[in-house]
Ligand binder design. Sequence first.
Ligand SMILES: [Fe+2]
Length: 368
Amino acid sequence: MLDQAPSGPGSRKLDRSPSPVVKADKLLFVHFERPDLDKVERYLLDYGLLVVKKTDNELFLRGTQSQPFIYRATKGPKARFLGLGLSVPEFADLDRLAHAFGRPVEASTLPGGGRMVTLTDPMGVTVQAVQGYTPSPELPLREAIPHNAPNQAVRVNDAQRPDLVPPQVTKLGHLVLETPDFDVSGRWYMDTFGFLPSDVMCLSDGTVVGSFMRLDRGPIPSDHHTLFVALGLESKVDHVAFEVVDLDAVEMGQQIMMAKRYKHAWGVGRHLLGSQIFDYWRDPWGQKHEHYADGDLFDADQQPGYHLMDREGLYQWGPDLPDDFIDARLTPKRLRTILGLMLTDRPRLKRMLALKNAVSKPGRPWQR
Ligand SMILES: [Fe+2]
């Protein structure tokens, strides 16, 4: 771990944007294409989401918080990630985005309505900025369990008996985007939506290859990361993450998902950067979905940390990271990309290989 900006030959800091176009204030939704809406609905109900609206071609689901929906699935021939939605506080923000990108401000026909501007990030991901939507009434949420401790008696003449049910998902917490060009993609999210670097990931020579980024809401605490943008061979979403109430909800989620025979990816453990207690599951198409609780909160004053990107730094405790968690299979498409980089951009290929080596090394002493 590095506790300050690295000083190797490739080193540089990841500076905040001095004047982003707007400052997004909420992550609203993710959008996937799925060949079978009934199947994705079943998975997400077991996972803890609630259906808002379903048609022959569209499925919208929510959590307990006021976002009208947090998950949109559109029926289509492929299983693929289509995009994400962010809220911006003022109508003037939509105007600024429309002006900066030459895009129209449109009325939203999605649940909750409002107006929106649809952008495409540098890697082709659709990003919809929404303003003026009608918040949904929040749903009753189980209280987080108060823990007795040797120096803290908070529960006397009472017991711990939470129901064994799918965990209540409160909100979409974050997503992890891989991009072949971190400098361009990371910069785009910071310059366009005001994302702030929370923890910056570097190779041993100091080259920045990824960053956990949070929303800039001034003095209002924000999740440690709403986006993690990282260098990868291709543009893709690694996982989407949903908040649940507490550790018991994460563990009970594991029981429910196990009972339903879904494919487990990794957990339960606690991340290092962001501190979340995590558990990862794969949907029927292999897409990773994370249940998490107890993440860090930073306000806008917190300065970024700089860290080596490696396997060890992914978690404080938990089961050993399974090899298939980081998908490094050499598919024909990836092979073509690598061959292309050999011919056109060897420095980038070198960075990719250094990154692959860094995350391939065993993460724990007993694995060495
Ligand atoms: Fe995550």
